[in-house]
Design a protein around this ligand. Structure first.
Ligand code: NAP
Length: 341
């Protein structure tokens, strides 16, 4: 099946891969960017053969301008854009407000344009935080408690945005087939130097900027599999996806194991990847002074396993091995000249 779909935030890592797969499957794709002057040529360069099957519109999450034009003629929307910075802002509303208001704006304009099939990119951030430490396995039935102590602004932003979207749909657009896709940490090949925050630690492993490995791990998923789940959700019948949440997860890995995969398979390109462990007290001390470290310090030693089984069962989704994902991330960073050794 193919129709016309709006993918918000076409400059993004995940949105780019979603657009790639949709174009491959014959969809007409519209996408929003904050600045056409900055981004349109780059997007056209990535898909030179797309011709009039790709249109780029200017629209900001915080402004109504442009959203009506972007939605005109669309049958489906895939709302991916949301702030995803490295580090923690001083004011949590820098993330919460655009995430929530942007999602509501995307829904409102989609509904006004007659779109009845809407897929929101949420996150495992809306699933796996603010729970008791004894809870170690998670899936789409779990909700983050954004009011729990230590829950970070980004995690709050994704939880609040997804909740707001579901409330808005039930109050204003009951006929709309709405679902969320909730990825865990996304890795996989990068296509340019505009890196998603989730890629940063692999880049820093390779450059030697991370001198020792913290006892931190997370469930990861490949960007190609994240995109394929979005496409499956877009192409599924409205009944199949209505109200659903799809945790989008492959396998759990400790950072130490990711470093080992890079070292074992990338030869000299991995010579700066650390081998030493970072003692946890040192990491916690560093977190006092560094907001990027603060964002992850609360996760030290925690093994949180998120399951993607529901998406496999309901949509026939498949994922690639986690080692392959880590390796393809590292190799692409070198191939793109982003990591120079
Ligand atoms: P990304 O590459 O940083 O993409 C974020 C996108 O959001 C960019 O296109 C950015 O546009 C856009 N954006 C941010 N603020 C905006 C605003 N005010 N108005 C319009 N557009 C705005 O990150 P990503 O990894 O692809 O993430 C995409 C989505 O997936 C986000 O919703 C994120 O929460 C979610 N997610 C990501 C991961 C992960 O590990 N990567 C995991 C779970 C969920 P500019 O290029 O103009 O900045």
């Amino acid at each position: 099946m193919a129709g016309t779909v709006l993918v918000t935030g076409g400059t993004g890592y995940i949105a780019g891969e979603v657009i790639d797969q949709l174009l491959d499957k014959g969809w007409c794709v519209r996408t929003t960017v904050r600045s056409k002057a900055r981004s349109e040529a780059r997007l056209r360069g990535r898909w030179p053969g797309a011709g009039d099957r790709l249109y780029v519109f200017e629209a900001d999450l915080m402004d109504d301008a442009g959203w009506d034009l972007a939605n005109e003629g669309c049958t489906h929307v895939c709302h991916v854009a949301s702030p995803f910075p490295v580090g923690v802002p001083k004011d949590e509303n820098e993330l919460i407000v655009p995430a929530r208001e942007g999602t509501l704006r995307a829904l409102r304009f989609a509904h006004a344009a007659g779109v009845e099939h809407f897929v929101q990119t949420s996150s495992s951030a809306a699933i796996a935080y603010g729970h008791p430490a004894s809870k170690t396995t998670f899936d789409e039935r779990d909700w983050t408690n954004p009011d729990a102590p230590g829950v970070q602004p980004y995690v709050k932003s994704k939880t609040i945005a997804e909740r707001a979207a579901r409330d808005w749909v039930s109050g204003n657009a009951a006929g709309m087939a709405f679902c969320s896709v909730n990825p865990v940490a996304v890795l996989g090949p990068v296509v340019n130097d505009d890196l998603s925050a989730s890629i940063e630690f692999v880049r820093r492993f390779l450059t030697g900027e991370i001198p020792a490995i913290p006892r931190i791990g997370f469930t990861i998923v490949d960007v190609r599999d994240v995109a394929s789940l979005h496409v499956l959700a877009l192409e599924a019948s409205p009944e199949t996806i209505r109200g659903e949440r799809f945790a989008c997860a492959a396998d759990f890995m400790w950072m130490g194991d990711m470093a080992r995969v890079l070292r074992d398979h990338m030869g000299a390109d991995a010579r700066k990847v650390p081998t030493r462990r970072m003692p946890t007290p040192i990491l916690k001390l560093m977190a006092l002074f560094n907001s990027e470290i603060r964002q992850i310090a609360g996760e030290v030693g925690k093994k949180k396993v998120v399951s993607g089984q529901h998406a496999r069962d309901k949509l026939g989704w498949t994922t690639m091995p986690a080692d392959q994902t880590v390796l393809d991330t590292g190799r692409s960073l070198v191939a793109q000249g982003i990591v120079r050794l």
